[in-house]
Each structure stands twice: as C-alpha cells, then as structure tokens.
Design a protein around this ligand. Structure first.
Ligand SMILES: [Zn+2]
Length: 158
C-alpha cells in the first residue's frame, strides 16, 4: 500500500519532516492514518477516515489529532461546506504544481507521465470566476505487469 503516498507528492516525507522540526516522535499509527487518508476519494470527512481505519481499531480521538497535525503540517486543507451543518471536509494537498499520473488499481504502482497537449487544453480553459493554480490528473487502470499476469492466468485456465 505504501506506493500510494507518491500520489500526494511525498505526503509522508512532508509529515515526517514537520514532526522532526517540531520535536515530535515517530508514530506508526499516524503513518497508518495518513495512508488511509491517501486511499480515500478526495475530499473526505473525519467520519469517512474513521471508517477506513476501523480494522486497525484507531480511536476517533487519535484520528482527530492526526487530522489537526496534517492541517498544521500542510498535508491536508479543510474545506467547510457552506450549506447546513455538514461536517468539515479534508483534502490532501498535492506536492507538485502539475501532476499527471497513471495508477495501477491492482498493485498500486504510480507512474508519472507528460502530455503537453492535455496540459495546454487544461490551461486554455480560462474562466473569470476561477483562477487555477495547479491541477492533478489521475488515470486509473492496470499496469503492464499486472496485465500480463492476468492474461497469463486466463491462458492457464483455458
Ligand atoms: Zn500493476
């Protein structure tokens, strides 16, 4: 599962750097919570994160503390929904200004790629009501190795 961190531009490295600078201690639980946060569709609520951490039996208090730390460390930002009393939503901040990544849904391998034509298209979508700073493009699928594996398995069956 560790590869998923790469999607969010070294979220784990940034967390560790922040903890070190502030004299904190290493925490496997905190790392675990971050990993779960990276796996969730963005943005997510504290409740969703709690649910994702259920198997590890991480308390809601710990998750709350982790989220506060992630906020301070600039790994996530909070986006409050304006309507009603909806819960705060959290979103991971990507490290790189521009990111195009292919993610294998079988093994979690992440590969960066460049597509100048797509980049140009996105930059041309100018609107006066929104100023774009950066974007992230994820393409989900199956990497070559996993594809070969599943083809091989299919061959063996027939
Ligand atoms: Zn794969």
């Amino acid at each position: 599962m560790g590869k998923i961190f790469k999607v969010f531009g070294g979220a784990l490295e940034r967390l560790n750097a922040y903890v070190q600078e502030n004299g904190g201690r290493y925490s496997a639980v905190r790392e675990n919570v971050l990993e779960h946060a990276c796996m969730l569709p963005q943005p997510f609520t504290a409740e969703q994160l709690e649910k994702a951490c259920q198997l590890e039996k991480i308390s809601s208090g710990t998750i709350y503390n982790c989220l506060q730390l992630f906020l301070k460390a600039n790994i996530v930002h909070a986006t409050k929904r304006q309507k009603g009393h909806q819960a705060t939503e959290y979103e991971l901040i990507t490290g790189n200004p521009i990111r195009m990544q292919r993610i294998c849904q079988k093994c979690g391998r992440v590969t960066n790629f460049r597509a100048p034509a797509i980049d140009r298209l996105i930059r041309e979508q100018k609107t006066p009501s929104f100023f774009m700073q950066h974007y992230t493009l994820f393409i989900y699928g199956e990497c070559r190795r996993c594809r070969m594996d599943s083809l091989e398995k299919r061959k063996k069956k027939s």
